[in-house]
Design a binder for this molecule. Structure first.
Ligand code: LLP
Length: 432
């Protein structure tokens, strides 16, 4: 096993993904390609489902955050596993619906939903719209009225805490484009306004503190603040929240330096804190929801590239260039995210060649890693980046007019295409 159970090395020294030789996968499907071990994804879904039922209460379900990885096949899998879905754009709603996902189990988020987005969400029968601000609230009330629908909603509330993650992926602090803050008093006005609407049914509250969080404290802190809010609202307005959604954000191990995470223990501790707080405030425990994205799909995903030019700039460093880069994985360029990258053709050799892994774009910043060591590669070797299941395909682009790689699902030792590789024809298909 390398890092996660999806990855191993076989007797000929090749990396295996979900039990299949990476050299065979690269030969059959080409590179660059994304691979997803769906057995591992299902295991994560089942772990969350069981732990939520046990520690949050029987009615509690995990809600998969599709922004981490969104294509029709993943919604089919998530539906089979009985999870809900968090959609954050009309495109994600459309994809979920096209995959036959039960739309009543969808939570529709976004800090700037247009009227057209709201109409689409209502017409698709979206279970809950998570309203982000006052003007959205009044637009939604009007649109629901015009469409003759009583729409269930949650309100996005900002708890005002700092989860100590990368500053670009913090979402729950007071100065945020998301939600309405408790600290400024605006969250209370928000609830009052929601209770006065004619066509909206307020079911409770939502918050999200950030992403790639390893400690449980930011979650327990958020739950404490939100339950105190629920109690205050109940005392002041006589309104009892039925649901409390505390967002996503559980971390994932990208490299050996990241800590091992015991998700079940975290959920148990969080559940215990929630029970304690409900007892303290004397409130009935709402249905507790959480929206993990990254932790469901990241570890199960892997990207294979073919090594091209290997160049040493004397006195400086060595560059290993691959046939992908920032268009398929912009996370190093954006956040300096660290990955486990290896020479999949020689995964049994000592990784003693220090290098920078470069993409193929016409941009110096197009790098996947710097100062890492892999077994010395040569042109034609297969290079693998592990743990790319989340926020890679979903953040990919066609920069430099590179076609997007396919997604290959691996289940029970069989590999099949779930999203086709883009063609050059696809790339020009919208050009007039
Ligand atoms: N719910 C809400 C409201 C969110 O904003 C997010 C992530 C999630 C759930 C899922 O969080 P997760 O379990 O995946 O951490 N592109 C960045 C991550 C941005 C996450 C934004 N919100 C990255 O590549 O690290």
């Amino acid at each position: 096993m390398i890092l996660h159970k999806t990855y191993d090395v076989n007797s000929v020294g090749h990396l295996t993904i979900g039990g299949i030789d990476s050299a065979e996968l690269a030969k059959e499907f080409g590179t660059p390609s994304y691979f997803l071990d769906t057995d591992a994804v299902r295991d994560m879904c089942r772990m969350y489902k069981k732990a939520f039922a046990e520690y949050f209460g029987e009615r509690s379900v995990p809600v998969y955050a599709g922004k981490a990885l969104c294509y029709k096949g993943i919604y089919k899998l998530i539906a089979e596993e009985g999870l809900g879905a968090d959609c954050v754009s009309p495109g994600e709603l459309y994809t979920a619906n096209a995959a036959g996902f039960p739309m009543d189990k969808v939570f529709f988020h976004g800090n700037n939903k247009t009227d057209a987005d709201l109409e689409l969400a209502i017409s698709l029968g979206t279970g809950h719209i998570v309203v982000d601000g006052l003007d959205e609230l009044s637009s939604l009330d009007r649109i629901a009225g015009e469409m003759g629908v009583k729409q269930h909603i949650l309100l996005r509330i900002t708890p005002g805490i700092d989860p100590h993650t990368h500053k670009k992926i913090v979402t729950g602090n007071v100065d945020s484009k998301f939600g309405m803050a408790i600290m400024t008093g605006q969250a209370f006005e928000f609830v009052k306004a929601a209770l006065e609407t004619k066509n909206l049914i307020l079911d409770g509250f939502h918050c999200h503190v950030g992403s790639q969080i390893f400690d449980i404290e930011p979650f327990t802190e958020a739950a404490d603040i939100m339950l105190a809010f629920v109690a205050k609202i109940s005392a002041e307005y006589g309104y009892t929240a039925k649901m409390l959604n505390i967002g996503g954000g559980f971390g994932v191990r990208y490299t050996e330096d990241d800590p091992e995470i015991d998700y079940v223990k975290n959920i148990r501790d969080l559940g215990a804190e929630i029970d304690k707080m409900c007892a303290l405030y004397g409130i009935e425990k709402p249905m507790i929801l959480m929206e993990p994205g990254r932790s469901i799909v990241a570890a199960a995903g892997c990207t294979l590239y073919t090594c091209g030019t290997v160049k040493t700039v004397n006195g400086f460093r060595s560059y290993v260039s691959v046939d992908g880069g920032m268009p398929d994985n912009p996370r190093y360029t954006l956040y300096q995210s660290q990955y486990t990258i290896l020479n999949a053709s020689h995964a049994d050799r000592t990784p003693d060649f220090e290098c920078t892994i470069a993409g193929r774009c016409c941009e110096s910043g197009d790098l996947l890693a710097e100062g890492i060591s892999i077994a010395k590669p040569e042109r034609g070797d297969i290079i693998a980046t592990l743990v790319t299941g989340a926020y890679n395909y979903s953040m990919s682009s066609n920069y430099n007019r590179l076609p997007k790689p396919p997604i290959i699902e691996i289940a029970c030792g069989e590999a099949k295409i779930a999203v086709k590789r883009e063609t050059y024809e696809d790339i020009i298909s919208h050009d007039i």
